[in-house]
Design a protein around this ligand. Structure first.
Ligand SMILES: [Fe+2]
Ligand SMILES: [Fe+2]
Length: 331
């Protein structure tokens, strides 16, 4: 089951989101209440009040009562995101947790963080948090015990701008390593750029992003501004490096010059931008969007290899196929 903080269950006048139980640290006191579902009506019941310590006893009761899922209220998502960010280092260094469990929590945490990035006014301190999460992501993906399929298992097939950004990080870092980039500083820069590549879309009217109908030409014109808008937002902060900025500005450039905003051709498109472009296109094709049902991995790769052949870097698409060939995702 995909783990999505974005999945919201509306219940009466309230809305709840599932969270990862393993993310709640023993002896911590989350500043958001925890709920579980029970009974024939599957009602949401308060399990642990805001500010109450999550002790071993509390945790044991979960197991005894066979409670496998916990929920938070939708309004508490920002606090949950901050809680995850505060505890992420401890979670990722916890020797009692498997790499699979850590991978799932890191995915949740990244998603919650990106959601905050897109739904609150842009603040430069958010960029530091992005960098922190990215550092953990690169460390985890380059860990000897890491398996790509554990990460891919968490990848959501529903398109949300938040999950898309996190998915593109996962694919980009894995593809960069497959293509021979092993230096952590470079991988982090690629991941920073991948996570923030669509951040300019946060400046677009929300209704436009959620629109069910085809976008009009003037609306498309606005959407095409997002690489430049993202670049402008981030270049002021001086917090991310040139590789990441290049990715944000140029991820829609295509090798045949058909891309935007600058219509760059071949060698003008950096290898890092090419990596993220492959990851971006693949995730867009394999997730459900408003007008387009998702393709299987096979169909998406076929499209990228044939139809998009002059646009994307063929060698990278081949590396990507090899990489997914080892760990097929869904068909
Ligand atoms: Fe984009
Ligand atoms: Fe994108």
């Amino acid at each position: 089951m995909p783990r999505e903080i974005s999945r919201v269950i509306h219940w009466g006048h309230e809305a709840y989101c599932p969270i990862n139980i393993d993310a709640i640290r023993l002896e911590s006191a989350p500043n958001f209440p925890l709920y579980f579902r029970s009974g024939p009506g599957r009602n949401f019941i308060l399990y642990c009040e805001r500010g109450v310590a999550f002790t071993l006893e509390v945790r044991k009761r979960l197991v005894e009562n066979k409670i496998a899922h916990l929920f938070i209220q939708q309004g508490d998502r920002q606090d949950y995101s901050r809680y995850l960010a505060d505890h992420l280092a401890a979670i990722l260094h916890d020797p009692t947790m498997s790499v699979q469990e850590k991978t799932a929590i890191l995915y949740d945490s990244s998603q919650a963080m990106v959601e905050e990035l897109f739904t609150t006014p842009f603040a430069h301190e958010n960029v530091s948090r992005v960098k922190e999460v990215v550092r953990h992501t690169v460390d985890l993906i380059s860990d000897d015990n890491f398996r790509l399929e554990d990460l891919l298992r968490n990848i959501s097939c529903d398109y949300y701008i938040y999950t898309h950004s996190v998915n593109v990080v996962a694919y980009s870092v894995a593809l960069a390593m497959q293509a021979g980039y092993n230096d952590h500083a470079t991988l982090r820069e690629i991941a920073n750029g991948a996570l923030l590549h669509d951040v300019g879309k946060s400046k677009l009217p929300r209704e436009m992003l959620d629109k069910n109908d085809e976008l009009s030409e003037p609306e498309w014109e606005q959407v095409r501004q997002h690489p430049q808008m993202g670049f402008d937002m981030l270049s002021q902060s001086h917090a991310i490096g040139e590789i990441a900025l290049d990715i944000v500005l140029h991820h829609h450039e295509r090798l045949d010059g058909s891309g935007y905003p600058h219509g760059l051709i071949n060698s003008k498109v950096s290898p890092f931008v090419r990596i993220v472009a492959v990851a971006d296109v693949f995730d867009a094709l394999t997730t459900d969007r408003f007008h387009q049902p998702r393709k299987t991995s096979f169909q998406a790769l076929h499209t990228m290899q044939r139809r998009m052949f002059p646009e994307l870097d063929v060698r990278l698409v081949r590396s990507f196929i090899e990489m997914l060939g080892i760990t097929p995702r869904h068909g």
